[in-house]
Design a protein around this ligand. Sequence first.
Ligand code: SIN
Length: 537
Amino acid sequence: MEIITDYLVIGSGIAGLSFALQAARTGTVAVVTKKEKAEGSTNYAQGGIASVFDQEDSFDLHINDTLKSGDGLCHEDIVRLVVEEGPERIEELIAMGVCFSHQEKDGEALDLGREGGHSKRRIVHTKDLTGREVERILLDRAEEDKNIRIYENHMAIDLITKSKLIRRGIIATETSETCWGAYVLDVEQGDIITFLSKVTVLSSGGAGKVYLYTSNPDIATGDGVAIGYRAGAKVANMEFVQFHPTCLYHPLAKSFLISEAVRGEGGVLLDKKGNRFMEKYHPLKDLAFRDIVARSIDMELKKSGDECVYLDISHKDSGFITDRFPHIHETCLKFQVDITKEPIPVVPAAHYMCGGLLTDETGKTNLRNLYAIGEVACTGLHGANRLASNSLLEALVFARRAALKSAAEMEDKKNEPFPKAPQWDPGSATDSEEMVVVSHNWDEIRSFMWNYVGIVRTNKRLARAKTRVENIQSEIKEYYWDFLVTQDLLELRNIALVAELIISCASLRKESRGLNFNLDYPSQDNVHWLQDTVLWI
Ligand code: SIN
């Protein structure tokens, strides 16, 4: 089966849907999403969107906080444009119907939260359910739009690129590498559909599932980065994996996130004996940058041998806590933790990928017709450590920039004929009877990434992880061509590649900076490493 569309968007979070809504003004849009449409990381975002709305705040202060957090690797021009375009993008969401929280005493003014590394209150939020609220409105608007069609339970396998078509003898001449859409698995039917598009956008979110413990939903398997890299797109800064310092520690809670906003509203970190410890590590204490807080907790746990530390906000008024954090309060209660009365047991977990597909200031990758926006992209905003709540902001700003850029080019592209792409050929592949291979490799990757490529790294641990991922990669290759593709196999292939990219970038960077902490190179090297780590095939 073949589907032809002007724009193909892979992923239905804040970045993909914002792009789709704008692109739909100039063409047809197919949005492909591998589960139900709202099941992305956006939906899980508790904190909010960082932006300058307070009289006491300024663009320069927000820029400065972002640069400090990024530890020398942010691209200042990108930081400036994202920060300056932020308020307008948020006003657009409000005009669409997104209900952000307002101040009690002045119902007109937005209630601005605070999180680690921010020198001012600037987090626009909907209590502790910001992502869910934004996703709800974007989905409603997308479903009303006649130019947008959403394909649920469809998973992109690989991009259709000019060189693939050249290899198969379909295109004879070699010019710049071009993307013409993607092969997509209809997960329920098992069919593989050829989506041909003039513009393809990767907006499939992050890769938290590469690690054993993560705040991310199950769909976060790094598909966009893997698909883009296999097609020849450049990736950058994959070593900078952000670990969120505070996820609920409970055997059944699957690393439920306890928002940094809890510390922003006065929550403090305690050890098992009830002592505060962050003052030992940084003058900003519990509101230090996220890399520092996560590393401090890791050190405390290694020193004490305890299984978790505690986050305590129970000294605040219980009415305030339940009103400001209804979702966290209710979820913790299900696990017998009443946050109005007792400290919350917490541990760090993989949360956000600061690296990704390298893009310019319009979200374009180095492949013609291919854009990357949202967590899948490395735009230069986050540097070596993302400032809290800058990611939804980045997604909004780059979705608009990419939509404007691709719409401007669409007029020319409309006259360019599609190449004749062959249907997916399963060859002699059969149904697998050995799914245990997939689940075993999946578990192994997530464990060694957690143990060897986590918050604190060493050369030896990285080398061990490299050997293991190489073995698994060759097993997957064999398996991939012998058996019919399934979502599980595709996800395994993607997390293995993303793990390899993280290990490669971390092994290349011979210093400690931001989220990349290597005991063999404990200091920063501004002479050799004040640069992005870029890889491509
Ligand atoms: C949080 O609420 O702590 C997460 C926000 C973010 O990761 O930016």
